[in-house]
Design a protein around this ligand. Structure first.
Ligand SMILES: [Zn+2]
Length: 141
């Protein structure tokens, strides 16, 4: 299960709404205790996907390394990645699966007509052939 604290959740939703109609992406930092994850910080990252970003996002590998370093400096972990789906449900697409890493949680925020609608968290398997839905709790849920 993944729980997102109020401040990072607001930042994630604001980032996703501000990026509409494009996709946004970022890192989630916090603590991991068994399969209980708590997101305490959100780090907005650049979507560097070339061409239309309405249905694509791409992170710079060095941004992810920076997020990982920042997490360790705070004695926390890089829990995962969030990104938005403009005018689309918060499912995990084929592309999402292909670009995933099995050790991270992937939170997808559905933004409908510029406003937050719903979110899901996904856990890809090691083969990146399937992603399982992870229980997700956010402050207003
Ligand atoms: Zn996606």
């Amino acid at each position: 299960m993944i729980q997102i604290e109020r401040t990072p959740w607001r930042e994630m939703v604001n980032h996703a709404q501000a990026s509409y109609p494009n996709e946004c992406c970022g890192a989630m930092i916090g603590s991991i205790d068994g399969d209980q994850k708590t997101v305490m910080f959100a780090l907005a990252l650049d979507n560097v996907s070339q061409g239309s970003q309405r249905a694509r996002y791409e992170l710079r590998p060095e941004d992810l390394l920076r997020a990982d370093r920042e997490a360790r400096e705070r004695k926390l972990d890089l829990i995962g990645i969030y990104h938005s789906h403009p005018d689309c449900a918060a499912y995990f697409s084929e592309t999402d699966l292909k670009n995933s890493c099995p050790w991270y949680s992937f939170v997808v925020l559905s933004i409908q007509e510029g406003k937050f609608d719903h979110a899901n968290s996904w856990l890809p398997n090691a083969e990146q052939t399937h992603a399982e839905k992870e229980e997700l709790l956010w402050p207003e849920s």
